[in-house]
Design a protein around this ligand. Structure first.
Ligand code: G1P
Ligand code: ZN
Length: 549
């Protein structure tokens, strides 16, 4: 069957953000919109004729239709085989796993991660390379360049491919293999963690665990792994049926949006351990009984306890964290005598470090943790890692974290998000901060309680990749204080409405006697200073952040 060439014109808004192209579903529903982007991906790649592509998504609204479009276009462009998850489902880390295991050329993942779904919600698409990780900037820049000049795309006139059951169908000359979305992924996890020890913990009747899949992609993964393979009682996984609109919820595992899990974990009869994952299964939230673990602390705890998990028993080579993530992991790396890398926000920056063997664990303050087992962050993996540690240490989540702080000190940390802010106001705020940077060091600021803080450093974070020397500039405004505290300001690259201003606040406390202070209270002075420096209230008209994590 010969491919059909369809004439098209560029859209001017197809620049990929922190993690692929994310837009409202209604934007993706415009004729040619998805096709233009997919063709621009293919046009920026070479040598894929006859090769294997992996395709899957988080099951959100529009996933099914988009997959059929992509299958026809992949065939028309000359791919030899597509591996697609049953019913079009693959969590982001499972897609990474499948790409790697099958030595695929690359993969297309359909997801808008933690953003709401449904006809009025968000949709997204991103391209992953052969290592299983998000395409680096070199490729996303080329894709974007193609979207600005595209004149045609290639497709076939073929019927929809049935995706309901495993099996193989032909689309033109290309084979479409429908695969079990969970099997390869579950097998990989078994090779990393002490399943017998976790099974003893979960099926012993004393330890209680609640996993909130938030009606998103991890439901089937969590039921198979936690309930079937590890013997947790049925019902351990809540909201386990994936829904195209996530049940109307916001599938972002944080204390604001994971309401049901929070209510469960803070009830009088709370379970011992709670966790949640996001829309596409790459984020994780870890909660103990009446105790939230910040993602930055979670990364540090995993690094400090890594050798308890069989897959990491030989030790970890290094740790990487995104720049706004707290330095808690740095302290562990220092104690272990291993390297710690600071990268820009977004998982694509970890790929080279992982491929080069420079790091084993990576994490972001935005509930993303992962390792060299795949090239994406991995929600269920992080939960299994915690279960492995809990099973081996026999302590509560809170005890483990408090002991960690006592040993390494505590990095008080919080992120304040101002969502849906007027774009001009947000851009102006960042531009003015950037312009003010040279004059900031040495400036002394005073809080209403009379405390003073001196700025020691101020810059716009630029990163040189230690492996390929590529440079990424303008990755966030960093203000460092004489006592080691810091504030970071940056704009989100994943939102679809207006701008989201993120303000990251961090202060180190060595003294265990002061580790019990409530986080927002511990950071109160810094919160005031952030407003003094950036004029957040005056410029955005907001008196409170939309979300505090
Ligand atoms: C956000 C997070 C970032 C994460 C990304 C994709 O990006 O901050 O850490 O990698 O989502 O999950 P942002 O919206 O800040 O650009
Ligand atoms: Zn996600």
């Amino acid at each position: 069957m010969t491919s059909r060439q369809v004439s098209t014109q560029p859209f001017d808004d197809q620049k990929p953000g922190t993690s692929g192209l994310r837009k409202k579903v209604t934007v993706f529903e415009q004729p040619h919109y998805l096709e233009n982007f997919v063709q621009s991906i293919f046009d920026s790649l070479q040598g894929f004729a006859g090769q294997t592509l992996v395709v899957g998504g988080d099951g959100r609204y529009h996933n099914d239709r988009a997959i059929q479009t992509i299958l026809r276009m992949a065939a028309a462009n000359g791919f030899g085989r597509v591996l697609v998850g049953q019913r079009g489902i693959l969590s982001t880390p499972a897609a990474s796993c499948v790409i790697r295991k099958n030595h695929a050329y690359g993969g297309i993942i359909l997801s808008a991660s933690h953003n709401p779904g449904g006809p009025d919600g968000d949709f997204g698409i991103k391209y992953n390379i052969a290592n299983g990780g998000p395409a680096p900037e070199k490729i996303t820049d080329a894709i974007f360049a193609n979207t600005t000049s595209i004149t045609r795309y290639l497709t076939l006139d073929t019927p929809d491919v049935p995706l309901d059951a495993p099996g193989t169908t032909k689309v033109g000359a290309m084979a479409v293999e429908v695969i079990d979305p969970v099997a390869d992924y579950a097998q990989l996890q078994q090779s990393l963690f002490d399943f017998p020890a976790i099974r003893a913990l979960l099926s012993g009747g004393r330890f209680r665990f609640c996993f909130d899949a938030m009606h998103a992609v991890t439901g089937p993964y969590a039921r198979e792994i936690f309930e079937r393979q590890l013997g947790a009682p049925a019902g351990t996984v809540i909201n386990g049926d994936p829904l195209p609109d996530f049940g109307g919820g916001h599938p972002d595992p944080n204390p604001t949006y994971a309401e049901q899990l929070m209510a469960t974990m803070f009830a009088d009869d709370a379970p011992d351990f709670g966790a949640a994952s996001d829309g596409d299964g790459d984020r994780n939230m870890i909660v103990g009984r009446h105790f939230i673990v910040t993602p930055s602390d979670s990364l540090a705890v995993l690094a400090a306890n890594a050798t308890l998990a069989p897959g990491y028993a030989g030790g970890i080579s290094g740790v990487a964290r995104s720049m706004p993530t707290s330095a808690a992991a740095d302290r562990v790396a220092q104690a272990l005598g291993i390297a710690c890398y600071e990268t820009p926000t977004g998982w694509k920056f970890f790929g080279n470090l992982l491929d080069a063997g420079k790091v084993t664990l990576c994490g972001e303050e935005s509930a993303g943790t992962g390792s060299n087992h795949v090239r994406e962050k991995d929600g269920v993996w992080a939960v299994l890692f915690w279960l492995n540690i809990l099973a081996r240490r026999g302590q509560s989540v809170e005890q483990i974290v408090r002991e960690h702080w006592a040993r390494f000190g505590r990095n008080f940390y919080s992120r304040h998000d101002y969502e849906g802010v007027d774009s001009a106001a947000a851009n102006g705020l960042i531009a003015d901060l950037r312009a003010a940077l040279p004059g900031l060091p040495g400036r002394v600021l005073t809080t209403t309680s009379g405390a003073t803080m001196t700025i020691a450093s101020a810059d716009d974070f630029a990163y040189t990749d230690p492996v390929d020397q590529s440079v990424s500039r303008a990755q966030g405004i960093r203000i460092g204080f004489a006592d080691g505290a810091r504030i970071v300001f940056r704009l989100s690259g994943t939102g679809t409405e207006g701008a989201t201003l993120r303000v990251y606040l961090e202060r180190f406390e060595a003294d265990p006697a002061r580790h019990g202070v409530e986080t927002q209270q511990a950071l109160a002075g810094l919160i005031e200073i952030a407003d003094q420096l950036a004029g957040i209230r005056a410029r955005t008209g907001r008196t409170q952040p939309t979300v505090i994590t």
